[in-house]
Design a binder for this molecule. Structure first.
Ligand SMILES: NC(=O)C1=CN([C@@H]2O[C@H](COP(=O)(O)OP(=O)(O)OC[C@H]3O[C@@H](n4cnc5c(N)ncnc54)[C@H](OP(=O)(O)O)[C@@H]3O)[C@@H](O)[C@H]2O)C=CC1
Ligand SMILES: CC(C)=CCC[C@@H](C)[C@H]1CC=C2C3=C(CC[C@@]21C)[C@@]1(C)CC[C@H](O)C(C)(C)[C@@H]1CC3
Length: 611
């Protein structure tokens, strides 16, 4: 270990990232490259902290004593204000107080003894959870001292810590931490502890893995599209002769793709819809996002209606599908190069933890910059939600037109209708809940590089449409029984998906929401709790399960003759299983023993009965 202020094994006070709370921690290691200390909290949570977020025990205690005596001498004889206010009272009070009083309050030093909240587990069944949790609590048996300065508190971007007694703890001695929000912001949770991610194990097989993926993914999608458009779509009948390169290029198609991107970019900049703050960044700041996807979808529908009225033949998209794909691929490549180059000028705070290994190919693939923006135009948020998702719906509709044209049908087939309607519902749902995307891993944590650019602009619109593309040249009759079964399956999948996602979102936004008071939860040392009943007590990722059930309902209308229409389902299961593993690693790091507790209580990951 080079000369550092703190040595391995030292017990020091470490600030919890994004807050002003100091916990007693032990120094495990120091990385001279990143200049970060790896520390371990008493509950086993490991994090990496900057030197400025660590202070020695002696200095810390002196500081606490000094500010305590200052606070006492300022208001001699003033009774100490009770900390047991209800959240409602606390926020009302804070909004009405004068700045001076607030300043004083912020300088106050509070010492709180946090007692672990017992959660009863008689066995693994969730119903055995007796402890009902209404608020965020901390289970670390450590002394926490909260030292607030005005500046620091402003850095919290709307989030504040209030203290109040647990309602269901009769002794009235224990207080708990609760983070409350006053403004309309999504920043209730802590900022991503970007620096907390170790770069020792690279994802996707490291440099070699991503190098192959970068070539394999575009080629695999091309192969899928070639097979899907063939009469015989079986894997064995893949043409030995690949299409000539010139046949994959059409400048008119490229122009249309550019126009589409431009149209969607203009729609995304329209000053309609609310402006929402995203999660706090490493520097404590938040970015603003215009949430107008739903309006953009409506305007796109109007534009398509006008085009149809002008007798524009949408089946052109089907006839030139491969050229559309190669155009998208070219744009993906150019955009990824632009993103990589511009990331050189990004400040350290603007870089994604996962995409800055120092290896060119790896960082190009994973994405260096977290939120690349041109003025207010957020490139990642735009690509993630707009051109690909809207394009998916448009392509599906074009396939429906192509089916009627190619098969001389007066009406689209039931299979094509079901695929169109089911997927439209998912996309509409995505836009309706667009704001929630701001808390997702992809936005909060992942850099924007080749992987997401390709995923958003090429993979989503060209592979998620493969069922509709397949049905154009592979008609499949559906009986009434099948139609009802598929509608029911999609409905059930959607219910699980939506309910699980909305419940988690609502709980994270306001854990004291009376509508969620029936939920049982496990407290964690971070102040957040984990839901352990209902859908989240059934499996650890019910939202993934719902998504997979829907994915099955989208593929089954294509029948059982070929594997190709099941591509989406196979992709989804692979992606979500990988995502689940990645998320669980992060949660274990974030929540330590509380996460293990959750895993014990809810042993199944995604599928009930499968560990
Ligand atoms: N079709 C597609 O291509 C894809 C679809 N999706 C869908 O997107 C949706 C969102 O997925 P994703 O972003 O991966 O994130 P998740 O919704 O799975 O969120 C995981 C996070 O939720 C929190 N959490 C986990 N367990 C609990 C619990 N018991 N109680 C409370 N909070 C908990 C943790 O964050 P914290 O505690 O910090 O809040 C954890 O990091 C899913 O429905 C998924 O199916 C995702 C990827 C691809
Ligand atoms: C092969 C490869 C490089 C794949 C990249 C995967 C990405 C395309 C997907 C990862 C997670 C996604 C999500 C959506 C779109 C596809 C990507 C980006 C999503 C935004 C679509 C709308 C939904 O309602 C959603 C918000 C649930 C969803 C979130 C995940």
């Amino acid at each position: 270990m080079p000369t550092t202020r703190f040595q391995i094994g030292d017990t020091v006070m470490g600030r919890w990232p994004g807050s002003n709370l100091y916990y007693e921690v032990k120094v495990l290691s120091y990385d001279s490259k990143t200049r970060l200390y790896t520390v371990i909290y008493k509950d086993g949570t490991e994090l990496e902290l900057k030197e400025s977020d660590i202070t020695s025990l002696t200095i810390f205690k002196q500081g606490v004593a000094r500010s305590r005596s200052r606070s006492r001498s300022r208001s001699p004889g003033r009774p100490r204000r009770s900390r047991s206010r209800s959240p409602a009272r606390t926020s009302r009070r804070s909004s009405s107080r004068t700045t001076d009083v607030r300043k004083e309050k912020l300088k106050e030093v509070l010492e709180i003894r946090l007692t672990p909240v017992p959660v009863t587990h008689e066995n693994n069944s969730n119903s055995k959870h007796e402890k009902k949790e209404e608020n965020n609590t901390a289970n670390a048996d450590s002394t926490i001292t909260e030292v607030k300065t005005e500046m620091e508190s402003e850095n919290q971007a709307g989030g504040r810590y209030n203290l109040r007694r647990r309602k269901d703890q009769g002794d009235g001695k224990t207080v708990e931490l609760e983070q409350k929000t006053e403004t309309e912001t999504l920043s209730q949770t802590k900022p991503p502890a970007a620096s907390a991610i170790k770069m020792t194990d690279l994802e996707f097989g490291g440099r070699v893995g991503v190098f192959f993926l970068m070539f394999l993914l575009p080629v695999a999608v091309l192969a899928l599209l070639i097979l899907c458009g063939q009469k015989d779509a079986s894997l064995q009948s893949f043409p030995l002769e690949l299409p000539a390169l010139q046949s994959l290029w059409d400048s008119q198609v490229f122009g249309i793709v550019l126009l589409w991107l431009l149209f969607q970019a203009v729609l995304s900049l329209l000053p309609v819809g609310k402006l929402t703050e995203g999660m706090p960044l490493k520097n404590g700041k938040t970015l603003k996002y215009r949430i107008n996807g739903f309006y953009a979808l409506l305007l796109t529908a109007v534009a398509v209606g006008v085009a149809l009225h002008q007798e524009v033949d949408l089946s052109y998209i089907h006839a030139h599908f491969l050229q559309f794909y190669t155009s998208a691929l070219l744009i993906v490549t150019l955009l990824s190069i632009y993103l990589f180059i511009r990331s050189r000028w990004a400040s350290k705070d603007e870089l994604a933890p996962g995409g800055n290994s120092g290896y060119f190919i790896y960082d190009f693939f994973m994405g260096r910059e977290l939120n690349p923006r041109i003025k207010n135009f957020d490139i990642k948020f735009f690509c993630e939600m707009r051109p690909g998702l809207m394009g998916w719906v448009l392509i599906n509709f074009a396939m429906l037109q192509a089916e009627m044209k190619n098969q001389n049908l007066e009406n689209p087939s039931p299979a094509m209708l079901l695929v169109n309607i089911f997927q439209l519902l998912w996309v509409v749902d995505g836009f309706w809940h667009e704001e929630k995307l701001l808390t997702m891993m992809d936005i909060v944590y992942d850099g924007f590089g080749f992987m997401l650019t390709f995923g958003d602009l090429a993979f989503v619109p060209f592979t998620f449409t493969c069922q509709a593309y397949y049905l154009v040249s592979h008609p499949n009759e559906l009986s009434v029984f099948w139609i009802i079964t598929l509608i029911t399956m999609n409905g059930v999948g959607y219910y699980i998906f939506r309910k699980a996602n909305s419940q988690k979102f609502a709980f994270r936004k306001n854990p004291s929401d009376p509508a969620l008071s029936h939920l049982k939860t496990i407290p964690t040392a971070t102040g957040k709790s984990l839901i352990v009943s209902g859908l989240w007590g059934w499996v650890r990722h019910p939202n993934y399960l719902g998504d997979i059930v829907m994915g099955l309902a989208w593929s089954l209308p294509c029948g059982f003759n070929h594997l190709i229409p099941y591509f989406y389902l196979i992709y989804l299961i692979t992606l979500l299983v990988h995502r689940n593993a990645r998320d669980e690693r992060q949660c274990r790091r974030k929540y330590g023993s509380a996460w293990d507790e959750y895993c014990k209580a809810v042993p199944y990951r995604i599928f009930p009965g499968i560990y």
